[in-house]
Design a protein around this ligand. Sequence first.
Ligand code: MG
Ligand code: ZN
Length: 458
Amino acid sequence: MKRVLFAILLCVCPFIYAEESKPKNIIMIVGDGMGAAYTSAYRYFHDDPKTKKVEQTVFDRHLVGMSSTYPAPISGYVTDSAAAATALATGIKTYNSAIGVDVDKKPLESVLDWAKKQGKKTGIVVTSHINHATPASYLSNNESRHNYDQIADSYFDKKIAGQFKADLMFGGGWKHFIREDRNLVNEFKQAGFYYLDNYKALSKLPKNSPVLGLFADVGLPNAIDDNNKHRLSLMTKASTKHLENEQGYFMLIEASQIDWAGHSNDVGKAMWELDDLAKTLEYLETYVESNPDTLVVITADHNTGGFTIGANKKYQWKPEVLRSMQNSADKVAETLNNTPVTKQLVDELLNFTLTEQEFSQVSHAKSSAQNEQQVFKEQVNQDNENSKNLKRPVSVTKAIHSSITNIIDNRTTSGWTTGGHTGADVQVFAMGANKALFSGLQDNTDIAKKIFKLLGKN
Ligand code: MG
Ligand code: ZN
């Protein structure tokens, strides 16, 4: 008899458990472009060299599985951020560049849409412009990620049962929301949104209004250059507090610029973007402890740059110059574009002493790019007919940037295989309620399907 009872309990309990344990709040986090090498590198970047052990990171603590990222067959095996975010948001694979639409360009419902229909509050918090591919795939439906203004318009125009899709939007985007033909910021304000354009205002959000926070023209400044190096974590803290309510909330958070660092093969930028994401996760670790009915799922949409720890047959990776960095390579390049290049200045900006050879790489990069620009201008002036076919040389700033990232790659022994994306699987991390659902190998579409289920959709 006892055995029978036990067997019945075993059969019934998982169902009762599954029924009762749906999380109240779901936070989905995308580290754009964050392939596994990035979180490994971050472990060594973050390591305290004074201790014998390599300290664990927040990523290490919460790894649960892996995810494949391939798009719909029409786009092959390597995804872009739009198709990947559409998969993560809707559970459907689509073509590269699609925003919340399927291969026939038919609009798809996102987990955010569905959460809103269930009476939850919704939000997006990103470090790109808020109408960029990843957040757009949760909030919009468009045949192309490049229709930025249309996507921005849809945030105001497309409602769910008469309500705005998002109760909270934080990121960049003045360029697309304050335009000559339309001022969406004013429209949102008139519709009752509280608008803020600086981080300080995050500490005094009016509890009962929906909020729109735009903090930059397009993407936010690089983490390392920003007046708050942990702006994602700051925005996240404010939004969890703001979105809390009886019915719970769904929120998308994106560390958008890991991908941008990967595209420009800039390991310094990548590490400081990861540091901001790590601080965000550390905050959410404590948040989940005090709100155990919250689920946090973290993954990457794909892998950018083919980043490698240990390149050129050297069995080493040395993050020292990354740790002591004060300025991004972008900022250093911009500064050197506008000022005469002296060794003292470059040393100061990079916060380490360059060898003579390294310095000559930087100054040569500038002078030869300037020359090429000059030659190009002269050719265009001489021959207007054929000038359309002439290839514009790289900008001086870009040339200086490459010379600096090359030096940093050599010093750290970092490698890159591409300026684009690779098709390698990505990691999945989870914490809080129902986190075990995300363990093992899954597809990016499964992540959306699991979230739909947790939100009560079959
Ligand atoms: Mg993105
Ligand atoms: Zn990308």
